[in-house]
Design a protein. Structure first.
Length: 588
């Protein structure tokens, strides 16, 4: 292996074998988002469906992973069951450090195992074990059994697993990572499921040498970065109330999606505010490995047994997106009830935002007579968390034809049953910000259809001049900056600290001065490579839509402006086409 290539473990599930290959150039691909896209370019089958056994499921870290605080995320690259195009999803937990200590910068799962299996990747051994007995088990049971089955590997060990939704091939099944983190959006759980992989265990069981030409200089820089991370307001912002602190400000700005986006403000939102969760339910903070911030808020769920005399206490993580999706969007304005729904979402292994928004659509569709009890089986009603608990089980297990269709996405169900106007889908089910046209245009077309692709929801919250050209320039530039971070692979909460100058110092300290000098060029290339992969798998930005419901929203800034939204979207389509343009022969 050259010091400038990535070390990649490729597991051939059908043959029960693995190989270790040297891949790419760090100075060009950076890692994470860039490395995953390059691996998809090599191993992916753009024209075959997502469920083809030879489609790769890629997990990639970056060249700063494990060497600096909050360089703690992993990028998953795969062809998505949601839209059958190339997609990315990001997760924290212990996985990034486990991969670094196992000695692999990427793990690629190829082929399909004959029977359900658990895969173990470590520095000394790679094993594939029969896990047939776990098929059908929920995420928690699977975690408990897998921890015992691979008990020998301690230290940096990470456990990825899927629930029933990944087995029934929901378009938004997630991969649970170390209980509290997820590859949430766009269905990576079903990519694992279709490969017959119930769990992946990564053991970081080797040593890691101090990087770079001057270990003392590296150690000094590490201390400085660590201090910066803990001294800034980022620490208190994300550690204390955390993202649940957004609920009240968004409600006050009339930007909180409530009851399938029929409202954006409701005084009852105080019942699911970050403050309410902190006062009544918060028991501890948790953190991804190597992170001093600890933004993961864990609440206490008191669960009563059927005989009504005994209780068990469960620990459930929450943040703004979860509160929005199974709280506000479903009209469940009671923190304990919302937490119970989050717990069920975890068990089934579905993406919480897609599941919550899909059930919100189903509730309004039932109210309007578009569907009936014959489909939903339970009388779904905003605020009634008990029926939503049952519906989540049905969604995860694909109980009947209606739930199997809803598990392919709210818009898929709306196209079949009716009610497309009020399906809150922007490329995928919306995120928790009804901030205005700029965000709606961005999420409906952006690379991951994620609220984290750019800071567009923040853009809407500032007074701006509705200049569509300026908004699109912001999308492209902000995405490029984020692609650099998600290639390295940093937690995006650290973007205020990891400015370019500091990133260059970090890269020099780990022995990558050439990349430090060409960061912008490399980020630009990786941004384009990602879009090329999306286009090669069939993306047509002009065909995306923004349903009517979004135009009915009223925020602090007033009614939505259709002409501005259309202008932003048509200009953004042109910009995306430019980013995804195929490379001319000889110029790649
Ligand atoms: S800030 Fe939160 S999400 Fe980011 S690395 Fe730390 S614990 Fe993980």
């Amino acid at each position: 292996m050259s010091e400038h290539t990535f070390r990649v473990c490729i597991v051939h599930l059908d043959e029960g074998k693995a190989e270790i290959v040297s891949f790419g150039d760090r100075n060009r691909l950076i890692g994470g988002s860039g490395l995953a896209a390059a691996l998809f370019e090599k191993y992916g089958l753009p024209l075959e469906p997502w469920s083809h056994p030879d489609q790769p499921l890629i997990f990639a870290i970056g060249c700063l992973t494990g060497y600096f605080p909050l360089m703690s995320k992993v990028v998953a690259g795969f062809k998505s069951p949601y839209h059958d195009q190339y997609a990315e999803s990001h997760a924290g937990g212990r996985l990034a450090l486990s991969m670094r200590f196992a000695g692999f910068e990427a793990i690629v799962l190829r082929g399909r195992a004959r029977v359900p299996v658990a895969v173990h990747v470590g520095s000394r051994a790679i094993e594939i074990k029969d896990a047939n007995y776990l098929w059908g088990a929920n995420v928690f049971t699977t975690g408990r059994v897998i921890r015992r089955a691979f008990s020998g590997s301690s230290g940096h060990r990470s456990i990825l697993r899927i629930g029933p939704a990944g087995e029934t091939l929901s378009a938004y099944a997630c991969i649970n990572v170390d209980t509290f983190r997820h590859f949430g959006r766009l269905g990576s759980g079903s990519v694992m499921g279709v490969k017959n992989v119930k769990a992946l265990v990564v053991s970081g069981d080797s040593d890691m040498e101090l990087p770079g030409p001057d270990p003392k200089a590296y150690a000094k820089l590490f201390q400085k970065v660590h201090q910066d991370m803990t001294a800034t307001e980022m620490m208190s912002k994300y550690h204390n109330l955390g993202t649940p602190g957004n609920v009240i400000p968004l409600n006050e700005l009339s930007s909180l999606p409530i009851r399938n986006l029929q409202q954006t403000r409701d005084p009852d939102a105080v019942g699911i505010s970050g403050e309410k969760f902190a006062e009544d339910l918060l028991i501890r903070n948790a953190a991804c490995a190597g992170c001093p911030v600890g933004c993961i808020h864990v609440g206490m769920l008191r669960e009563q047994f059927q005989d009504e005399h005994r209780f068990q206490i469960r620990q459930v993580s929450y943040d703004h997106e979860l509160i929005f999706a199974v709280g506000a969007m479903l009209g469940v304005m009671n923190a304990s009830h919302a937490l119970a729904l989050m717990d069920e979402v975890e068990k089934q292994g579905v993406d919480v935002m897609s599941a919550g928004v899909a059930l919100a659509w189903a509730t309004e569709a039932l109210q309007k007579g578009v569907i009936s009890l014959e489909e939903t089986e339970y009388p779904l009603a905003f605020g009634d968390h008990k029926n939503y608990l049952e519906a989540l089980w049905c969604l995860g297990h694909g109980k009947n034809e209606f739930y199997r269709t809803l598990a392919q996405g709210a818009m898929v169900a709306a196209k079949k049953y009716g009610g497309e106007d009020f399906a809150c889908v922007l490329g995928q089910e919306m995120a928790g910000y009804a901030s205005g046209e700029t965000f709606f245009a961005n999420q409906s077309m952006s690379f991951r259809h994620s609220h984290l692709d750019t800071g567009s929801y923040g853009y809407d919250q500032k007074k701006h001049d509705k200049d569509a050209a300026k908004a699109v320039a912001f999308f492209v530039e902000d995405e490029r900056e984020r692609v650099l971070l998600t290639s390295l692979v940093s937690c995006l909460f650290a973007r205020g600290v990891y400015k370019k100058g500091l990133l260059a110092e970090c890269l020099v300290s780990v022995g990558l001065p050439d990349l430090a000098a060409s960061m912008d060029k490399a980020a630009d290339e990786m941004q384009r490579l990602r879009w090329r992969m999306r286009m090669a798998t069939g993306y047509e930005p002009e065909k995306t839509t923004v349903p009517k419901r979004f135009m009915e929203v009223e925020t602090w800034a007033g009614k939505m402006d259709q002409a501005y939204l259309d202008d932003v979207r048509s200009r953004y389509a042109v910009a995306i086409r430019d980013l995804g343009r195929p490379v001319e022969p000889g110029k790649g």
